[in-house]
Write a protein that binds this ligand. Sequence first.
Ligand code: ADP
Length: 551
Amino acid sequence: MKVLRNRVFRWGLLMVGLIAIITLTGMNVLSLYDLRDRMVESEEERRIDQLDEINDSIRNQILAPLRGLYKLELEPIESSIQQTGHLPNNIQDVLQRSSESPFFTNIYFTPEGTDPCTDNATIYKYHEDLNEVNSTSEYPDLLCDGVGIARTKTRIQLNDFNYRWNNNFEFDTHRSLNLGLINLAESRLIGVLTLTLDQDYIVQEVLPPLLENYFGDSEETGIVVWVLDWPDNNVIATSDPDVEYDRDLRDYRMGFSGSGFFDNWSMNLAFLQSPVTTAYNETLLKNLFVLGVAVLFLLGALIFMFVTAQRERHLAQRQASFLANVTHELKTPLAVMQAAGENISDGRVTEPKRLKQYGEHIYNESIRLRGMIEKLLDVARVDSGQNMIKAAPYEIKELLAKYLSENREYIEKKGFEVIFKSPDDNTRSLVDSDNFETIVNNLTENALKYSSDEKYIEYQVSTDKNNVYFSISDRGQGIAKKDQKNIFKKFYRVEKSDTQSQKIKGHGLGLSIVKNLVELNNGTIEVKSSLGKGTTFIVRFPKLEADENQN
Ligand code: ADP
């Protein structure tokens, strides 16, 4: 129960860690995109603000000559016109300045009570060369609209109690600028000053340099602005003549001015792929890449830590069960020896045949005990890295033949058929003969232990150009694929459910010692096995050429 709880807890922690990393990454990616969008947006807003700047600039240029007007006393206008037919001098100055402005073509004054929508009304026209106004009955039709607009709007302003200016200006689209002049004392209109606008000058001389100055070549800035005369849907100016106006391309549109001048004109702006956006996109990609690498590292570290912890835990578990086993198994032979020894020393056993049996018991158990202690010492040596090897050139086939000459009888006694195949050619390799014996002995012991039905063991030596191989095969129970990668680990034993296999004694140390010794001698080991059919362990050592020196 506790084990299960721990397991759930560990996996739970891993999951929480993974989810936390994924969530954090997600949030980071979103905020990186958000940051990019905001940067791009604020760049776009800055550009849109520049449209206002252009409007303000044109407006200020148009209104510049009229700036002094609001300071003037306008009341004398009516009496001056009645008495002299001219406007008073103070106004003439403003008119002169205005007439010099390239924005205006002509200047007219329509007194209150005169209707410029009818023919032959008496209107005053400013003559620049004379610097005076003279009455005329020739005036353009647009005066009718301009004066009408100015009168209506100025009257509305006058209804507002707080209106304190002596004039009120209104644009009649891009055709004229009209100023309603006000008698502030009596709060009424005196007349309307109309300045006709030079549309060609604005379209040809003013707009293009301004647009180009602010927005320039669209390939560099990624922006195009078109000024449209919208009733005709006609492009009258553009920041880049190479890019044709296209309604679908347009990202932003605004009337030429918020305060109602050039009503028929609109500013249209399109954001093409701007270098700024490209730069932000590149930064975004760079950031995403760095984030990705960091997250991969983090995930890698987390998984690495988890896997390592799992491995350590398995090792610890195997070590614990090993300790329990070993204690038990050290005690068993000792107990047998103790009992047999006691019986003999007490003099209870005197019969020679039984004495011999007891002696054999003691001998066999002490051999077992010694084997186990040696194995433990081997492990301890491997663990402490003190395994010194005394390698010398040996014929592997001879080493194996020697081993067999000493052990064949023992193996055959256990009912095994022993086969030994070796080639005629050179099987020399540089190995430690003690190590070699331990290796062969462990592999042989395993073949004996894990074979039951068919008792067969085959030793084979072979070579190729650079290597000497020897293999030990049995026809025993075999090892499942999933276990094959683990059997060389320290303390690893294949778990078996059937009772017969469980009886086979062992500590999971033999193969780990074998692998370690093989590698110390510059060799490799691999296993080929199939369940129920048998197992072959193949050990490879580098071959020594026949003429290579003994060291
Ligand atoms: P053990 O002391 O358990 O034999 P080893 O390290 O020698 O430890 O072997 C590890 C495991 O590999 C054994 O528990 C056994 O299941 C399996 N094994 C080793 N050799 C053989 C073999 N010749 N046939 C079948 N299984 C084997």
